[in-house]
Design a protein around this ligand. Structure first.
Ligand code: UD1
Length: 418
């Protein structure tokens, strides 16, 4: 493992670009196995979560070729339908692979998934949806066993627009003669990317990006090449890094519409934002002010950027109130930022931050993926040298975060062995 050593206080300036989306890549990699053919994916981020997903696909019998950000998956000779428990535990989104396996083989066995510690993260909605379309589930053994003879035509109303449960239901419904309608579906851009990929492969998925998605089953799918969408969470991370250091930066390869709630809030703090087709410019020319944030499913403010934005708010003038409505355990990072002088209190689902003039350096331990990134951002603006260790979570979701920050003028180095 390694840590980042950050000499804080440098205003970021210049430009960098965002990588392909983690949260689009993971379900699309899973979906590639449904066709039993060859899938070529471009712009796949070189991150740990992708490596774990590819390892699972290999174990299932897929032939994989990976050259930097291009991944080729040949799933023709795949025969296994059991997702290995040790790999399942490494990654929450491995549960999506279950939907893809069941679509292709009519049965799958898997254990409960793992992932970042940001809340209980159950999979009840995934399993309830499977049941509603006629999949039989046995949870009484070491593995959850799912199987069916025929997927049933159904209208399904989700209790909550879960991203993963929407994706899993889409994948499980791709093949067959049935028609499935999902109401109160998640509307995240990554769902749109998944649907575009599936449709390119020959599937019939309509309405992705709205809260009603219809899937008409098809009998065959074909070879496909597809470029993954840019990572909106990475885009937000880099922009917040620009803001927290009082810098002037341009982030390329962004779809600005995907991050409009974040851009709105950055403007509300006092940042200046300018947009071009695929880039966002951010500059800070005055003292930034406190704002309130409520995380919501898309198109609301994304929970994944809450820890990073909250960290920015620790040095904004005034009191900010942050309501976390998606995950119950997503304020853990603030304990570490408090060690740098931040003033914050947690009341249930609410974080109250009183802005301070400056943070000071500290040795920090990363708690989860986005929490780890928020500590890096705190280090960038703090006085002195900050060390962020336990980066095993951060490398799951960011491709070369240190290199991109260095491109923007940050003094950050990666130290091996800790
Ligand atoms: C995805 C994203 C994650 C993001 C989250 C919310 C991926 C790989 N990860 O995670 O980065 O933070 O969306 O935007 O795309 N829930 C249940 N039962 C279920 C499923 C979910 O209670 O069966 C709850 C979760 O505990 C959580 C909430 O629903 O409180 C949202 O979860 P969900 O939208 O499913 O998030 P993920 O798909 O896990």
């Amino acid at each position: 493992m390694y840590s980042y050593i950050i000499k804080g206080g440098k205003k970021l300036h210049g430009e960098t670009f965002v990588s392909g989306s983690k949260n689009a890549s993971l379900p699309i990699l899973a979906a590639s196995i449904i066709s039993g053919k060859t899938t070529k994916l471009y712009n796949v981020p070189d991150i740990e979560d992708v490596r774990i997903t590819l390892q699972i696909l290999r174990e299932l019998g897929c032939k994989i070729k990976k050259e930097k950000n291009k991944v080729t998956i040949n799933s023709r000779y795949m025969t296994k339908t059991v997702i290995p428990e040790n790999l399942m535990r490494k990654l929450r989104s491995s549960v999506i692979i279950a939907g893809a396996i069941i679509a292709r083989f009519k049965n799958v066995q898997f254990s409960y998934p793992g992932g970042c510690d940001i809340g209980s993260r159950p999979i009840n909605l995934h399993l309830e949806n499977f049941k509603k379309i006629g999949i039989k589930i046995d949870e009484n053994t070491r593995y959850i066993e799912c199987k069916y003879d025929k997927i049933e035509t159904k209208n399904i109303v989700l209790d909550f627009p879960s991203v993963g449960a929407t994706e899993n239901l889409i994948l499980a419904s791709i093949l067959g003669n049935q028609e499935i309608t999902i109401s109160n579906a998640a509307m995240e851009p990554e769902i749109v990317d998944l649907a575009c990929f599936l449709n390119r492969m020959g599937a019939k998925v309509y309405g992705a990006g709205t809260n009603i998605i219809k899937i008409k089953g098809v009998t065959t799918l074909k070879n496909v090449s597809y470029k993954i969408m840019p990572d909106r969470i990475e885009a937000g991370t880099l922009l917040i890094a620009g803001a927290i250091t009082g810098g002037m930066i341009k982030i390329n390869g962004v779809i600005p519409e995907h991050i409009s709630p974040v851009l709105d809030k950055l403007e509300e703090t006092g940042c200046e934002i300018k947009l071009s087709k695929n880039a966002v410019y951010l500059s800070v020319n005055k003292k930034l002010k406190a704002v309130n944030i409520k995380t919501m499913p898309y198109p609301g403010f994304p929970t994944d950027l809450q820890p990073l934005f909250s960290t920015l708010l620790t040095i904004c003038e005034g009191t900010s109130i942050i309501s976390e409505n998606i995950f119950e355990n997503r304020f853990k990072f603030i304990q570490e930022i408090q060690r740098m002088g931040a003033k914050a209190t947690i009341e249930g689902k609410t974080l109250i931050i009183k802005g301070v003039k400056k943070l000071h350096s500290a040795d920090l331990e990363s708690t989860d993926l986005r929490g780890g990134a928020s500590m890096v951002l705190a280090g960038l603006c703090a006085k002195g040298t900050t060390k962020v260790s336990n980066l095993k979570y951060l490398i799951r979701g960011y491709e070369n975060l240190d290199i991109k920050l260095r491109e923007l003028g940050a003094d950050i180095i990666r130290k091996e062995g800790e």
